[in-house]
Design a protein around this ligand. Sequence first.
Ligand SMILES: [Zn+2]
Ligand SMILES: [Zn+2]
Ligand SMILES: [Zn+2]
Length: 312
Amino acid sequence: MTPTRSGSFHLFKFRGIAVYVHWSWFFVAFYSISTRVNHYTSPLWSALEYVSLFIVVLMHEFGHALACRQVGGLADQIVLWPLGGVAYVDPPERPGATLWSIAAGPLVNVVLLPFAWLLYAWMHAIGGAQLYPNLTSFTYALFMINLSLLIFNLLPIYPLDGGQILRSLLWYFLGSARSLLAVAVIGFIGGLGLLGLAVWIRSPWIGIMTLFLLANCWRGFREAQVLRKLELLPRRSNWQCSVCQSAPLEGRYWLCHTCLHVFDVFAGQGVCPHCNSVLSLVTCPECRQARDLLLWRLPRREVKAAPPVIEG
Ligand SMILES: [Zn+2]
Ligand SMILES: [Zn+2]
Ligand SMILES: [Zn+2]
C-alpha cells in the first residue's frame, strides 16, 4: 500500500536515516510542473516550487523520524512519493512516545509557517509583485505549501497525523486496542466525507488520496481487533513492566539467548528450563523495552504494620 525501498532511488543519508524517492514521483513531478507553468514566466520556477514542496515534506518526515528516535523507537528510512512522504517510524508502544513521534511532523510546519509568511510579507512590502513577480509568487506558494500541509495532515482521519494524534490521546483513556478501533471508525466516516468532496469538486487527486486513507483505516480496524484479542489473553498480575506498566502475558513468549528455546521467563524466575541459563534482561512485548527481571516485580504491599517510631 505504501511505497517501499524497491522501486525507489537512494538519495542520501542523514543521522542514520536513509532518504529514498519512488519512481512514480518523477512522473507526477513532470505532470505537476507542466500544469503550474502559467503561474510563472519560466517553467524553472514551477520546477523549483514542486521541489520545495518535497523539501518541506522531507523536513516534516524528519520531524517524525528524529522524534521517534528520541523516545527510543526505530526510524531509519523515509520514502518520498507523489502522495507526500512516508517516514517508517516504529515508536515504543506507549501513548506518550507515539504522540511525540507523530506530533513532531506537523510541528515542523508550525515552525516554518511564520518564516514563510514573513518572507512573503517582506516581498510584498518592497513591491516584489512588480519588481520580482516570480520570486513573489514563489514565496506565496511556499507559505501556502506549509499551510495546506499543516491543515491536511491535522485532519482527524487515520492514518493522517491528526488521526494518529487523536489515537495517542484516546490511548490514555481507552487503551491501545480501543483507541485504534475508535480512530479507524472516525477515519471511515471522515474518509467517506472526503470522498464526497473529491466527487463534488471533481478532484481525482483527493479521490486517490482518500482511497489510500480508507484502505489504511481498514488495516487499522483489523489491527485493533488483533490488539483486542491480545489484551484479553491471560496475564501475570503480580508482575509489571517498569516502563509501560503492562502486566506480562502468561505463557511461553521469551527466547533464551543461549539455547534459542522459547520459554515463560516469569514461571522460573528468568531461568531457562532447557539449558538453565539466566535471562537477566526481559523485553516487554508491549513497549519492547528490556529491563532487569528484578524491575518487573510489583512492590509487595506491606501486610504487617511497621512498629511505631517513638520520638523522644
Ligand atoms: Zn506527518
Ligand atoms: Zn512495557
Ligand atoms: Zn535456554
